[in-house]
Design a binder for this molecule. Structure first.
Ligand code: TXE
Length: 484
């Protein structure tokens, strides 16, 4: 069985921590590889190596545009291996091959975007008085820790690592215990191209290995994507050492469909937004807010569409793959069981057994109607292909419902009326609002992050480079003819 090694201090090593953890293909139940838990000593070694590498003259001498060129080279390398990496991601996460291919393309785009940006992030000068040059300089923060979830391992690793390296930091990635494969592939490239200690990959159980990193007194920034509960733990750990965090903590994002919406696009948008990656997407459109007048017809068509969706193993490249693991499967199927008993399920609601793939974690795409807006099913992230319908009659009611959860990551607004669309977009408390689309253009360039409990800070786009820099103000007095 392949053991996924970690990269620590330029060496490929197994974890000294005890456990061997199976990496399972959710489509088949097959064990793809195993990983090991990093020990405390190994995490300390990684942080020490990162510190030495970051402070080294060698790294300091790499010019911003050269860092950028290296990242562009990685983008090219990813494209050259696109099919191989897509298959890895498809097997590791269980997502349909087409979606895995889109993830690989997005990863390449992140390295291109931030590679190109590496020498374009500029400071400022401030007019003070004659004889003083005042400069605002952006410096790397130092050691950046990246805790990556299992739903989009390659994309999410790429988006923050690319920005952190572009700005000159030393990076430590802790991949999710379920999905280390593409991070390992990326690590192999970094091991060949970068000074040791600038990019390191740590593996192991989040609750054991994660805190060893997040509580370490010598790290300088944490980027975390995951649940609110773990985000709170990460933030507490960071607080002990006054370390900044960038947190992306998911959502319960609404698609708000007005009666005057472009119906065909809205229908497809709503379906895609909840079945992509089997609903295991931070920005999943998990709530449909539908205007009363349009409800009957829209729901009928939605149900028809859900019932024609093809579910199967990632490699069969159908509409939707399995859930990630047994834990997700048990959690979501028991939630659906209860929802069925309560009479909310209008389509789906059951687990699925697929011939030849009996050990896969398949469930039906599901729609719930009649759920109270305050109920858990309408409030909490389910992280599966489960769409909860809520109904509204006025614009204000739609806005109240949209804002009626603790989250605020993304919202979709579907209306042909410009006034309605603009007004709702301005009132919705979400970090990203899509009008008459959901998830346009992949979003590499667009700042992404949450209002409320969906997180702190923004990833993606040029602005994310700021996460990995700190500001220094330098005031230089120089002699003027009057003063000398
Ligand atoms: O999340 P965790 P889990 C949500 C989603 C899902 C739920 C549980 O609702 O059903 O979270 O998933 C690492 N210190 N999201 O349990 O615990 C862990 O190894 C440091 C939404 O997987 O948040 C993994 O890499 N790290 C989300 C990552 O944190 C720790 C994506 C996420 O794990 C840690 C994933 C600790 N104490 C889940 N404990 C999104 N926003 O897209 C765990 N980890």
């Amino acid at each position: 069985m392949q053991i996924i090694p970690m990269l620590i201090n330029g060496k490929w090593v197994q974890g000294d921590g005890q456990a061997f953890i199976d990496v399972v293909n959710p489509s088949t139940g097959e064990v793809l590889a195993q990983l090991t838990n990093a020990s405390k000593a190994q995490v300390n070694e990684a942080v020490q190596a990162a510190r030495i590498a970051f402070e080294s003259e060698e790294w300091r001498q790499v010019k911003a545009f050269e860092r950028g060129q290296l990242l562009l080279e990685l983008a090219q390398y990813i494209r050259m291996h696109a099919e191989e990496w897509s298959l890895l991601e498809c097997r590791d996460v269980g997502k349909p091959l087409t979606q895995a291919r889109a993830d690989v393309e997005a990863a390449a785009r992140y390295f291109e975007f931030y590679g190109g940006a590496a020498d374009k992030l500029m400071g400022d000068t401030i007019p003070i008085e004659d004889g003083i040059l005042n400069a605002v300089v952006l410096e790397p923060v130092g050691i950046t820790v990246h805790i990556v979830p299992w739903n989009y391992p390659l994309q999410i690793t790429a988006r923050s690592v690319a920005a952190a390296i572009a700005t000159g930091n030393a990076v430590i990635v802790k991949s999710a215990e379920d999905t280390p494969l593409t991070t390992h592939a990326m690590t192999q490239w970094f091991a060949r191209k970068f000074p040791k200690g600038i990019f390191q990959h740590i593996t192991g159980l989040g609750r054991e290995v994660g805190p060893l990193l997040t509580r370490h007194p010598d790290i300088n920034h944490i980027t975390f994507t995951g649940s609110v509960a773990t985000g709170i733990e990460v933030m507490k750990a960071a607080a002990q050492n006054i370390v900044p965090v960038t947190l992306e903590l998911g959502g319960k994002s609404p698609n708000i469909v007005f009666a005057d919406a472009p119906m065909e696009q809205a229908l497809e948008g709503v379906v895609r937004a909840i079945i992509q990656n089997a609903g295991q997407t931070c920005s999943a459109g998990a709530r449909l807010l539908i205007e009363e007048d349009a409800k009957a017809l829209f729901i009928k068509r939605l149900v028809d569409r859900f019932q024609t969706l093809k579910i199967g193993p990632g490699e069969a490249d159908v509409d939707m793959g399995p859930l990630l693991n047994e834990r997700q499967y048990v959690k979501i199927s028991s939630l659906l069981q209860q929802a069925k008993e309560d009479g909310y399920v209008i389509t789906g609601g059951d687990t699925l057994t697929i011939k030849g793939y009996e050990k896969g974690y398949y469930i039906q795409p599901t729609i719930l109607d009649g759920v109270d807006a305050d109920a858990e099913l309408a409030q909490e992230e389910i992280f599966g292909p489960v769409l909860t319908i809520l109904t509204f009659s006025t614009v204000e009611e739609a806005i109240t419902l949209a804002n009626g959860t603790d989250y605020g990551l993304v919202a979709g607004v579907w209306s042909k009326d410009l006034d309605t669309a603009h007004y709702v977009a301005s009132r919705v408390k979400a970090g990203q609002v899509f009008v008459n689309n959901y998830g346009a253009a992949g979003g590499i360039q667009m700042p992404f992050g949450g209002y409320k409990k969906s997180g702190i800070g923004r990833e993606k786009g040029f602005v994310a480079l700021r996460n990995y820099t700190q500001m220094k103000n330098i005031a230089i007095r120089y002699a003027t003819p009057e003063r000398t």
